[in-house]
Design a protein around this ligand. Structure first.
Ligand SMILES: NC(=O)c1ccc[n+]([C@@H]2O[C@H](COP(=O)([O-])OP(=O)(O)OC[C@H]3O[C@@H](n4cnc5c(N)ncnc54)[C@H](O)[C@@H]3O)[C@@H](O)[C@H]2O)c1
Ligand SMILES: [Zn+2]
Length: 360
């Protein structure tokens, strides 16, 4: 088992990473010091891993909420279902919540934990690669509003993160690749050495080599933990985690939610951000080629599957919530291993990037 810490003073917490952690009682129980526990999961994950978690909780007052699977259930209604169940059981302010699942379950459960009686402790048990390297760490919790994704939420840190890498064995190949987009992102924005490691070992990751996966997850989490420790509320460096995301969100919205995975859209966005960085004279053509090659080896697309058209693409980007007062601000790459802070971008080079690569 590898353990990292997210250093946030009295809200610091560990991230445990390794195969088989779910079958070890002590890893989980160290963080559950309440008799009242609620496990939140979904219909896909429950048959796979719920029993394994429940076994450790025998003798306690345990409730489960099993939601339907999908981003469309990351809503206030689902949060309300959790509150209903907590209140019905008369769970008190010391009740503990456990999020067992991917980023949807993690974000939703964290949000419910932040709200219930003004905040109860919760534990993240992420079961997708994306959740293990990204969403379970850092304390961003949210539900979606019909007018926008993640629009209702809170910063609320878990008590611990338990990433059992063996749970990735049941994950669909496409979901695994989607998580790799965020892994590659960490190398690009702040860790050149990790990027070089990924170039050398990428073949092992889609095949789920346990050692390689554990290494990649650990290094991703370490980067995320450092960024979060430096800038928990995203007033500066944390914004660099959004590399590729403004482009990516445009692709996600343009394609219609559910037609492309977040990580796939981010991979396309990373390519576009890299191409734009080249046009501004920061990256070389060879750098962009390396990035495109690595994304491809991870099983990720680098161009939108349909032609959105440059004008529509620009429209979709302009409504991204990360834009401060109308000006389109993007994270770009100064070099492989160093991202810029969000910066205003001239429309000319942006159009050129979209004209050349924004179509399928
Ligand atoms: N809080 C953050 O900082 C942050 C960061 C990135 C993304 N997110 C959020 O995370 C969500 C996406 O997370 P995701 O990619 O994990 O999607 P997800 O939670 O929808 O999981 C993807 C699919 O895999 C299934 N699944 C989960 N674990 C499995 C397993 N071990 N075996 C088989 N199937 C499994 C799920 O049921 C689902 O069908 C989005 O809502 C996004 O907004 C949050
Ligand atoms: Zn992302």
């Amino acid at each position: 088992m590898r353990t990292l810490t997210v250093p946030l003073g009295e809200r610091s917490y560990p991230i445990h990473i390794g195969p088989g952690l779910l079958s070890r009682s002590e890893t989980l129980l160290e963080y559950i010091d309440s008799n009242q526990v609620m496990v939140v999961t979904n219909e896909t994950v429950a048959p796979l891993y719920l029993d394994c978690v429940m076994r450790h909780l025998e003798g306690r007052q345990v409730a489960t909420v099993i939601l339907p699977d999908g981003e469309e259930y990351k809503t206030m209604d689902s949060a309300m279902a959790i509150f209903d169940a907590l209140l019905q059981r008369k769970f008190n302010r010391n009740a503990h919540l456990i999020a067992l699942g991917g980023g949807v379950i993690g974000d939703l459960t964290g949000f419910a934990a932040a709200c219930y009686q003004r905040g109860v402790p919760f534990v993240q048990i992420p079961t997708t690669l994306l959740a293990q390297v990204d969403s379970s760490v850092g304390g961003k919790t949210a539900v979606n509003h019909p007018r926008g994704k993640n629009m209702i939420g809170a910063f609320y840190q878990p008590k611990c993160v338990i990433a059992d890498t063996a749970t990735l064995d049941t994950l669909a190949d496409r979901e695994l690749s989607a998580g790799l987009a965020e892994v590659i992102k960490y190398g690009l924005i702040r860790d050149e050495e990790f990027f070089l490691w990924l170039e050398e070992h990428m073949e092992s990751l889609p095949r789920r080599d346990p050692e390689a996966l554990a290494f990649a997850i650990e290094h991703s989490c370490r980067n995320k933990a450092e960024v979060v420790a430096a800038d928990e509320r995203e007033t500066g460096e944390r914004a660099t985690l959004n590399l590729g995301h403004t482009f990516g969100h445009a692709v996600e919205t343009g394609m219609g939610y559910g037609n492309i995975l977040h990580g796939e859209a981010v991979a396309i966005g990373i390519h576009l951000a890299a191409d734009l960085s080249r046009r501004l004279g920061w990256l070389s053509e060879a750098d962009v080629d390396r990035i495109v090659a690595l994304l491809g080896r991870a099983g990720l697309p680098v161009k939108p599957p349909v032609d959105l058209g440059t004008e529509r693409f620009l429209d979709l980007m302009a409504v991204d919530k990360k834009n401060v007062e109308g000006q389109l601000r993007l994270i770009l790459l100064e070099r492989i291993g160093k991202a810029s802070l969000p910066m205003g971008v001239e429309i000319g080079p942006l159009r050129a990037t979209l004209d050349e690569h924004g179509r399928g």
